[in-house]
Design a protein around this ligand. Structure first.
Ligand SMILES: Cc1cc2nc3c(=O)[nH]c(=O)nc-3n(C[C@H](O)[C@H](O)[C@H](O)COP(=O)(O)OP(=O)(O)OC[C@H]3O[C@@H](n4cnc5c(N)ncnc54)[C@H](O)[C@@H]3O)c2cc1C
Length: 481
């Protein structure tokens, strides 16, 4: 089967990056068609139905949301209200540290940096530690962009240690770093951390969309259609066709062909280069680089259905043990066995949008980093441990759990690929800013978009920013018919 229509651009993959570039180009007048292998849009940022609840594939909170790149895309395509956001600040997010609930803020974290010596509180040392913590957070908040740029290739842990060797400061910074980038602070970029931290803290607009996280890619996909483009679901691209060193079209699994001189892949840079195209079409140094890319970590997450609304909290950060016992949060037996205690981000999507749960019921998500490749049965054991920690953190849910399910990296792999990692190409010191793979590839007319190439920001915002940068790159060419 062959499709004789020629498109200005074909997009492989309907994650946030693919749908965002599709919307931006369709709005600019490109005749575009987007293919996604799944039946539902969004890749990692999707939402599925389960027993009357709407469940996100991930555990999502959107760092800057409306005031960041996700909102910028909407404004650029003249659909500023296409995504309806609910802010996470009401009620204020909580930090539950070893059972003690406090407001989650920089002041709270600095205040907890006091030290105890020989059982007695040493007030001078405590004051010094607090001051070091406050200085760290205020420097992160106020650093000008030229200084941030100088820190792109400095590891976050090294930057933190200049302020204090107190492991608790590193633990707090590391916790935020894991939430932002899903890489540990010993390889994460201090510059990218500070840039994102400033954006999130200054904008005060962390939020979640009405309709679940799928509302974001769905809004962009609607824009593609509104501006005359096409979105074809359940359409797996099996090959990107290259002729005379120029991208020429795509072939779907069902054998159909589509033509264009501009192919944009949102389907993972490694998969695109090594499988959908093939090594022989690229220079060897590019292949070497693509093969060596490091990806973000993986996650298992429990999705918990409650028979009534037991808390109005939208967001809780949980640290179950004092930093001296943080080894209890480490997985055992080389990562196969679950940790003794689970910590991290707990969200209640139905407190943002009650329609995500049947009337009067509540939905709670809690996730943790894990290694990929375990069996479903092994992950279920992780789920049980995660559930125990959730009840310790929010004892009010006890007796109200209707059911819970454990979503694993295998499920993320099924939706998005890339071995089911959380974000995409990791924002480490070796893969950030000018060291990040570019959207531009060595093949004419072939581009990469999403959390795989270019951009900056947290998760979905990185994907949207990658699309915005690509739209800018393409605006300097004249591919459009
Ligand atoms: C557990 C979890 C928690 C997360 N938490 C957050 C959070 O709190 N905040 C946040 O901002 N981000 C979070 N993220 C990260 C965020 O969801 C991702 O970084 C982002 O959605 C990736 O977008 P992307 O554009 O790179 O595309 P992806 O989501 O990777 O989408 C790629 C798309 O390409 C399609 N595709 C692949 N191959 C083919 C093919 N051959 N043919 C057709 N289609 C194909 C896939 O079906 C998929 O739809 C989380 C992710 C997970 C998994």
């Amino acid at each position: 089967m062959s499709n004789t229509d020629k498109y200005d651009a074909l997009i492989v993959g309907g994650g946030v990056g693919g749908t965002a570039i599709g919307a931006l180009l369709a709005h600019s007048g490109y005749k575009i068609k987007l293919f996604d292998k799944n039946k539902i849009i969004g890749g990692r940022c999707t939402t599925y139905d389960h027993k009357g609840f709407k469940i996100d594939l991930g555990v999502h909170l959107f760092g800057v949301a409306e005031n960041g790149y996700l909102g910028d895309v909407c404004r650029m395509i003249e659909m500023p209200n296409a995504i309806k956001w609910v802010i996470a600040r009401n009620p204020r997010p909580i930090l539950n540290y070893c059972g003690e609930r406090k407001v989650y803020s920089r002041d709270t974290m600095s205040g907890m940096l006091g030290s105890k010596k020989k059982g007695k509180v040493n007030s001078d040392a405590k004051k010094k530690e607090k001051e070091a913590g406050s200085k760290f957070w205020s420097d992160c908040m106020n650093m000008p962009m030229d200084q941030i740029e100088d820190l792109y290739y400095t590891k976050l842990a090294n930057f933190v240690s200049k302020y204090s060797k107190n492991p608790m400061l590193l633990m707090f910074a590391g916790q935020i770093c894991m939430q932002y980038f899903c890489v540990d602070p010993f390889i994460a970029s201090a510059g990218e951390f500070i840039r994102c931290f400033q954006q999130v803290t200054k904008a005060k607009s962390s939020a979640y969309p009405i309709g679940g996280c799928i509302a974001i890619p769905a809004a962009y996909a609607d824009a593609i259609k509104k501006y005359g483009g096409e979105v074809q679901m359940d359409a797996k691209v099996s090959k990107i066709i290259i002729e005379d060193e120029q991208a020429k079209g795509v072939e779907l699994e069902d054998g159909s062909h589509f033509e264009s001189d501009l192919i944009i892949s949102n389907a993972d840079i490694q998969n695109t280069v090594l499988n959908l195209i093939g090594e022989k079409y690229f220079p060897s140094d590019y292949i070497e680089r693509v093969k060596k890319l490091k990806y973000a970590t993986h996650c298992m997450a429990i999705k918990v259905a409650l028979d009534k609304v037991v808390t109005d909290q939208k967001l809780v950060m949980y640290i179950p043990v004092p930093f001296k016992e943080s080894f209890k949060m480490m997985p055992k037996k080389g990562g196969k066995e679950p940790p003794e205690k689970f910590g991290g981000m707990i969200t209640s999507p139905s407190n943002f949008d009650p329609a995500l749960a049947p009337k009067g019921k509540q939905l709670i998500f809690f996730g943790s980093g894990c290694r990929p490749g375990l069996s479903q049965k092994e992950y279920e054991r992780w789920g049980e441990g995660c559930m125990e920690s959730l009840i310790e953190c929010l004892p009010e849910i006890k007796g109200h759990v209707m059911w819970y399910r454990t979503d694993t990296p295998a499920l993320v792999e099924q939706y998005a690929g890339e071995g089911g990692n959380i974000i995409g190409v990791a924002q480490t010191v070796k893969q950030i800013h000018e060291r990040r793979p570019s959207q531009i590839t060595p093949i004419k007319g072939l581009y990469i978009v999403g959390c795989e190439a270019g951009g900056h920001g947290i998760g979905t915002e990185l994907a949207a920013n990658s699309a915005m940068e690509l739209a800018e790159i393409l605006s300097e060419t004249t591919i459009k018919t």
